[in-house]
Design a protein around this ligand. Structure first.
Ligand code: PRX
Length: 680
């Protein structure tokens, strides 16, 4: 890959993983609601290597531009063509789009089945015995499932679920480790036409109970446990605790993974190995309407209650399929690996649906990247000859910190393309990824998207678009983003603003489960007629997009979204706490760290013991992902005269910065002074 115009940027590129403090551009300070000041200047450009472009599906910028321009000029024509070409239909659709903002219906009149698109259509071809999933467990055990194997297992699981009363439209919660059965369970739901809601295995029993209650799931699929850093994650135990607080769940299907002893409740709990293997390996796929609900995935918003994001069948599948195809430039010979957990949208779209719909071979890994040591990721790349690696900046930064000696021990020459997702990738991490992992020969696709968008929205097409460290570059086909001010007017190039999407797209969320009003308020009320992403961004003179981070009260911790309100609610639910405010602080490894300001109830004295108790409480309420990085006690929190906590001031305090923000609405200036003194 050739690099042109290397101008020193604000960000120091370092090879030992140490960045200059405050140099991370991803969340230097959350942009405020009114104005966004963009500070990052990065002008290193990496053109796609000729050898890559020559064989790429889209091999030049002109080709990209032509397809993109046509696609946004006439989106229904573009999407109709793609839907016919990329998907297999049981019944063809009649109408491409019905758009009654903010409600979209795509491909009405059509019928299809997602599992048929991911499995049956390949099993009928020479891909029948091709590896669909190459799985590696944390202890080192491996399994390979061909397309034919996967179809048989999915059909058996669908039969077992049907025997438990699961019908089209029912909700099935999946709370599992990263073992092949998680993909089997997801696909089995789609075969029946039931909706899955995958709950990340790192979430607590409380979080699982909330999601089961909100979705009214009738079945939970889980495992006795999963391996993580050599330890056992007690999934079944968490399910048992969650089910104490739910009434909708009638059956629990349990995979034996760790062999840990678990309690099985007669009549409710069933071992997978007792009920799945002896089912028939055939299940007649449900012919789902295009808009049939496919899955719910809960994500954090700016209020305390997670939102059940609803995706539907045809549109979602089309988005995942064509983005995986063109952004990963998928070839028959590729071995593709996405390191995400299937509990996040990245795992849904780019471990399961996107790669399988394309008939690709996907690697799946159960455990931690540093088990037994920091060479694990690279050993997997070497062992399975991974050619496409898709991971997150937080993992890249952790690997930089662990040292170059780990990747250097392994042969990474099989890699031809690298990807990044979850948060802005800071240029120093980009350069390290490019040089140390990609051997300077692999393009990097920095893909911007969200749980809500279903599939990638802004990303380089690797053989066509010059890449710039830190920029997600150009919109994907059919996607029409813009940077606007708070009145919805486009801002001049180079100026920061709100990232919106102007036209509907097939894989967009359809609503928030059971709450159309919240759906309208969260995404469609800020700028009428446009989808409000909640991210600040700017576009440079060449049209490249630079994502600057969330503009709402959502934190991005290790590439995962957490609502500050959710953590505050968890803290306040503890007996000792009177009030709390949670803010993010730039963190070299995690992107953002979680800083909690807490006022204790009268008579309670701050102590390390209290801090530990509160920290554990947050973990129990939400999960280890939400563990506070710091808890600070305060006599009072900075508030406006109307009583609103001024989080922007707290963000400065947390970052150890002198505030340049307007404090005229602050009720009691001494509060801020006291918070600062506490730092000394
Ligand atoms: O702030 C953006 C950030 O992650 C948010 C979406 O989070 P989630 O729904 O959990 O999905 C993560 C995986 C798709 C976005 O609003 N984000 C995601 N990818 C990028 C990013 N920020 C900058 N660059 C990215 N490539």
């Amino acid at each position: 890959m050739s690099s042109t115009k290397r101008k020193p940027s604000r960000v120091k590129s370092s090879r030992n993983g140490k960045s200059k403090k405050g140099s991370r551009p991803s969340s230097p300070n959350k942009p405020s609601q009114d104005s966004i000041v963009s500070v990052l200047a990065e002008s290193r450009v990496f053109n796609p290597p000729k050898s890559f472009s020559r064989t790429a599906l889209i091999g030049s910028e002109q080709q990209y531009k032509k397809i993109w321009r046509d696609s946004v000029k006439n989106p229904t024509k573009f999407w109709a063509k793609q839907a016919k070409e990329q998907l297999e239909w049981i019944k063809p659709f009649k109408k491409v789009l019905t758009w009654k903002p903010p409600f979209a219906k795509w491909f009405e009149g059509g019928k299809l089945n997602v599992s048929v698109n991911c499995l049956d259509r390949h099993v009928r071809t020479e891909k029948r015995n091709k590896a669909a999933i190459i799985w590696e467990g944390e202890p080192g055990d491996t399994r390979v499932l061909t397309y034919h194997d996967l179809l048989r297992e999915v059909s058996k699981c669908a039969n077992a679920l049907e025997a438990m009363g699961v019908k089209p439209g029912h909700r099935v919660a999946i709370y599992m480790p990263m073992i092949p059965e998680i993909a089997i369970a997801m696909l089995a739901c789609t075969r029946i036409g039931a909706m899955h809601t995958v709950v990340f295995g790192g979430f607590s029993s409380e979080a699982l109970a909330d999601r089961c209650n909100d979705s009214q799931a009738s079945v939970v699929i889980t495992a006795d446990g999963g391996f993580r850093k050599g330890a056992n994650v007690p999934l079944k135990k968490n399910v048992d605790a969650a089910l104490e607080k739910t009434t909708s769940v009638k059956n629990v299907l349990v995979v034996k993974r760790t062999g840990e002893s678990v309690t099985m409740k007669p009549g409710r709990d069933h071992w997978w190995h007792d009920v799945v293997p002896n089912q028939s390996g055939h299940y007649e796929p449900y012919a789902a309407d295009s808009e049939h609900p496919l899955f719910l995935l809960y994500t954090s918003g700016s209020t305390g209650k997670p939102k059940g994001i609803l995706h539907t069948t045809a549109g979602y599948l089309l988005g995942a399929t064509i983005s995986a195809k063109y952004v990963f430039d998928l070839k028959e010979t590729d071995t593709y690996w996405c390191t995400a957990d299937a509990g996040w949208v990245t795992g849904h779209s780019y471990i399961v649906y996107g790669p399988l719909a394309n008939g690709a071979t996907a690697v799946m890994y159960e455990g931690a990247p540093n088990f037994p040591d920091w060479g694990r990721l690279w050993s997997i790349v070497e062992k399975h000859h991974v050619s496409i690696l898709y991971t997150a900046p937080t993992a890249i930064r952790a690997c930089i910190k662990a040292g170059d000696e780990w990747p250097k021990k392994y042969n990474l020459k099989s890699l031809r393309l690298l990807g990044s997702v979850g948060e802005p990738i800071n240029p120093e991490a980009w350069i390290w990824y490019h040089e140390v992992i990609g051997g300077k020969r692999c393009p990097i696709v920095d893909t911007w998207w969200q749980t809500e968008t279903g599939s990638m929205m802004i990303t380089p097409i690797p053989g066509a678009i010059p890449q710039i460290p830190g920029s997600a570059t150009k919109p994907f086909f059919g996607i029409d983003p813009e940077i606007v001010d708070k009145n919805g007017n486009p801002v001049p190039k180079g100026q920061g603003g709100f990232l919106v999407i102007k036209k509907p797209w097939p894989s967009m969320l359809r609503t928030i489960w059971g709450d159309d009003e919240r759906f309208k308020a969260a995404y469609w009320s800020q700028i009428p007629g446009m989808y409000f992403t909640g991210d600040g961004a700017r576009q440079d003179k060449k049209g490249n997009f630079w994502i600057m981070g969330r503009i709402d009260d959502v934190l991005n911790v290790s590439g995962h979204r957490l609502s500050t309100m959710e953590i505050e609610s968890a803290l306040v639910s503890h007996d000792l706490v009177a009030e709390s405010a949670v803010v993010g602080r730039p963190d070299d490894l995690k992107g953002e760290g979680i800083i909690c300001f807490v006022t204790l109830k009268a008579g309670i004295s701050p102590s390390t013991e209290v801090k530990d108790k509160l920290s554990k409480h947050v973990v129990t309420q939400i999960g280890a992902l939400a563990r506070p990085d710091e808890i600070r006690f305060a006599d009072a929190l900075p508030k406006t005269r109307s009583g609103k906590i001024m989080r922007r001031l707290l963000r400065d305090v947390a970052a150890g910065k002198q505030s340049t923000q307007d404090t005229t609405t602050l009720e009691d200036l001494s509060v801020l002074a006291n918070l600062r003194q506490d730092e000394d």
